[in-house]
Design a protein around this ligand. Structure first.
Ligand code: AP5
Ligand code: ZN
Length: 216
């Protein structure tokens, strides 16, 4: 099964993607995570992308399509979860071409619906484990022991450089201008399903599972 998780910053794409990896052996392809890895590696591309990301703008289609192309060359029996990709119409077209070349297609596109007010609270409360990538929240999902990752025991808990209110308002604008047209694009193809992203994490997971198991 190949699925796209579509939604604004803080909608819960990464949270749900990680659950699908654990529960279904799928492979998560998060272009945001790939770009942050490139930043940490200190490569020229990573440094350039980091500047753009920290402002809350989108990096070029060329860079992210290249990253996805590379990852798709390793097959996944459980399928791929596209998290934060595609984000523009050219990226959506490129993904369709890449999957077609592999003799595959998309099985579902899940739009996670949330409102802006909730996003600010989600983003400003978020922290992640620098070692294993687990995602936490000050109010809705704190670690059991303060300062220690539940999943791996690491004390390297971090906040993202673009999780400020200023960068978030830019990220939201980019989403509405460049990414939200994909909702109509996939609706027209009969591939779109929507879930209420404001529900608690368990409920959202159950809704996502329902879509995947219905084969849409
Ligand atoms: P990216 O890393 O993709 O960030 P994003 O889309 O802004 O999404 P987030 O990771 O912020 O949110 P999420 O939906 O995954 O939410 P999460 O599960 O963490 O992109 C970052 C940047 O990289 C972009 O701005 C751009 O510059 C660049 N980039 C990436 N991809 C690109 C592309 N394709 N093209 C061009 N540029 C690209 O949840 C958020 C918080 O809420 C967490 O604390 C979580 O614990 C909590 N939470 C989650 N679900 C619930 C729930 N149901 N109830 C209560 N709390 C919840
Ligand atoms: Zn961890």
């Amino acid at each position: 099964v190949n699925v796209i998780l579509l939604g604004p910053p803080g909608a819960g794409k990464g949270t749900q993607a990680k659950r699908l990896v654990d529960e279904r052996g799928m492979v998560q392809l998060s272009t945001g995570d790939m770009l942050r890895e490139a930043k940490t590696s200190g490569s020229e591309m990573g440094r350039k992308a980091a500047e753009v990301m920290d402002r809350g703008e989108l990096v070029t289609d060329e860079i992210v399509i290249g990253l996805i192309r590379e990852k798709l060359s390793t097959p996944s029996a459980g399928g791929f979860i596209f998290d934060g990709f595609p984000r523009t119409l050219p990226q959506a077209d490129a993904l369709a071409d890449l999957l077609a070349q592999m003799g595959q297609g998309l099985d579902a596109v899940i739009e996670m619906q949330v409102d802006d007010a909730a996003l600010v609270a989600r983003i400003t409360g978020r922290y992640t484990c620098g070692n294993c990538g687990a995602v936490y929240h000050d109010q809705t999902k704190p670690t059991a022991t303060p300062g220690v990752c539940d999943a791996c025991g690491s004390t390297d808990l971090r906040r993202r450089a673009d999780d400020t209110e200023a960068a978030l308002s830019k990220r939201l604008m980019e989403y509405y201008k460049k990414t939200s047209p994909l909702i109509g694009y996939y609706y027209a193809k009969g591939q779109l399903s929507s879930v209420d992203g404001l529900a608690d994490m368990e409920t959202v997971s159950a809704e996502v599972a329902k879509v995947l198991d219905s084969g849409k």
